[in-house]
Design a protein around this ligand. Structure first.
Ligand code: SF4
Length: 94
């Protein structure tokens, strides 16, 4: 297993732990999860934090803190309307 694959596996384990006993789960589409993971890693390399790959930075530290994954997506309209986070990494359990 490559380092990247091992890191993704560890991250998926963490995300699954995070969603345990909650009303949302990790997206079952592994390809999609892999793409989001890549975006998070790219942002970590660039900005030093795993910032959301689906939203634009406003260039402020305060703004960046709101983009750290996982964010507060359940307080957002996208959750109440579509039952998912912006990136579709987490989805409402059916
Ligand atoms: S929208 Fe999803 S992927 Fe983006 S920070 Fe929030 S939880 Fe993470």
């Amino acid at each position: 297993m490559t380092n990247a694959a091992a890191e993704l596996k560890d991250m998926i384990a963490l995300w699954n732990k995070f969603t345990d006993k909650k009303d949302f789960a990790l997206n079952p589409d592994k390809n999609h999860v892999g793409l989001i993971f890549k975006g998070l890693k790219m942002n970590e390399k660039k900005y030093g934090m795993k910032l959301c790959p689906c939203r634009l930075r406003d260039g402020t530290k305060e703004g960046d803190l709101k983009l750290i994954c996982p964010c507060n997506f359940k307080a957002q309209e996208i959750w109440s309307k579509e039952g998912r986070c912006w990136c579709g990494l987490f989805m409402r359990k059916k």
